[in-house]
Write a protein that binds this ligand. Structure first.
Ligand code: SAM
Length: 358
């Protein structure tokens, strides 16, 4: 079932898949562009935008009905912790968003993909369309979804990632060509865009579904990042070229693929650290100045001024602040080789030792 390209009609094929079996969906559906006639570049060559048969619908309500059917299937297939990304242009994104809200999806973000090399507006009759919109949603409000916040930040050079992303449109060697060297698909998406989406909103080994596979960009990114994929595409030719494309891709293990930046630190207790010798019952806890303030008890609590307290309440007392508790790991120190060392540092070393053992 996994790592397959299904050549078929998407609603029918999705109906064959079990409920709550998918972690992440990326959908790049028909746009319903409604373009007619031939568009020429200023120098006279023909521009091939998206006027394919797969993009034709009889009316806007026909398009909305189709959208409602496949999006309802997406919602059925998603695990409660899963999320869906839907990309579209101004011609379709409002319909898609409206349908999604009607089905109960809850938006997390809408993201502007700003094209750094957009197609010019050849006639100069309006603004050049230099972006597409991505809707990122969960099945219902308050759903707990996968989001690797720190991985996203890492991908953005250490700054919090915002909702305007700049990538070039797919071009050059990345663009798939047919046997005559013509571009195979009019709307092939950039691999970098899909890699970012998959890296920040799924885990290694997760299942990614794309109901409108095209050139299989989603599968290429999923495979590279160690996720499983299910791709659905109606046109046999795209499936065949896509299959060949995927044969050239392999898993590239990396901190981004594993989202190591977002790993939760190993939970360790004071008692465990005392048992393993990182701390000694009876030793003195100090502030930064190294002066003995509280004495560590075998159960991890502290003896302070004749009272037995947990280390967080004790930290507030020792610092003489109004708050009832302070994080003890930010406050307490112990003496190691004659110097006051933060107990947080001692805990980090302890964790590192455990990680090495495993
Ligand atoms: C916008 S393109 C997706 C492009 C893709 N993201 C890529 O990077 O190559 C939409 C694709 O959906 C396919 N498609 C349209 N309607 C479909 C349907 N009802 N069932 C299956 N595939 C369909 C089209 O053949 C087309 O390749």
């Amino acid at each position: 079932m996994y790592n397959t390209i299904i050549n078929g009609e998407t609603i029918h094929e999705m109906q064959q898949l079990p409920d709550k079996s998918i972690d992440l969906i990326f959908a790049d559906p028909p746009y319903f562009m409604q373009t007619n006639g031939i568009l020429n570049r200023p120098e006279g060559t023909e521009f091939h935008g998206c006027n394919d048969d797969w993009d034709k619908f009889t009316s806007l309500s026909d398009y909305a009905l189709f959208s409602c059917k496949w999006l309802a299937e997406c919602r059925r297939l998603l695990k409660p912790s899963g999320s869906v990304w839907v990309i579209g242009s101004m011609q379709c994104i409002y319909t898609l968003g409206n349908v999604m809200q009607g089905l109960g999806f809850w938006f997390i973000n809408d993201i502007i993909w700003q094209k750094s090399n957009p197609t010019p507006n050849f006639t100069g009759s309006r603004l050049n369309n230099s972006h597409e919109t991505l809707l990122w949603a969960v099945k219902y409000k308050h759903a707990k979804f996968t989001f690797h916040y720190k991985t996203a930040k890492h991908l953005n050079g250490g700054r919090q990632l915002g909702s305007v992303w700049t990538f070039p449109v797919c071009s050059g060697n990345e663009r798939l060509r047919d046997s005559e060297g013509r571009k195979l698909h009019n709307t092939q998406k950039p691999l970098a865009l899909l890699e970012r989406i998959i890296a920040i909103s799924s885990n290694l080994g997760d299942v990614v579904l794309d109901p409108f596979g095209g050139t299989m960009t989603t599968a290429a990114a999923a495979k590279k990042l160690g996720r499983k994929f299910i791709m659905i595409e109606r046109e046999k030719t795209y499936c065949e070229y896509g299959q060949r494309r995927l044969e050239e891709v392999s898993f590239e293990d990396s901190d981004i693929a594993r989202a190591v930046f977002d790993r939760k630190p190993l939970r360790v207790t004071m008692q465990e650290m005392i048992r393993e010798g990182a701390f000694t019952a009876g030793e003195w806890f100090t502030l930064k100045d190294g002066k003995p303030r509280a004495q560590l008890q075998p159960d991890g609590k502290l003896l302070y001024d004749g009272e037995i307290l947990d280390m967080h309440s004790c930290a507030a007392k020792a610092r003489n602040v109004k708050a009832k508790r302070l994080n003890g790991f930010d406050v307490w120190h112990v003496i190691r080789q004659g110097k006051a060392v933060s107990i947080s540092e001692v805990r980090e070393n302890f964790r590192a030792g455990l990680a090495r053992e495993n």
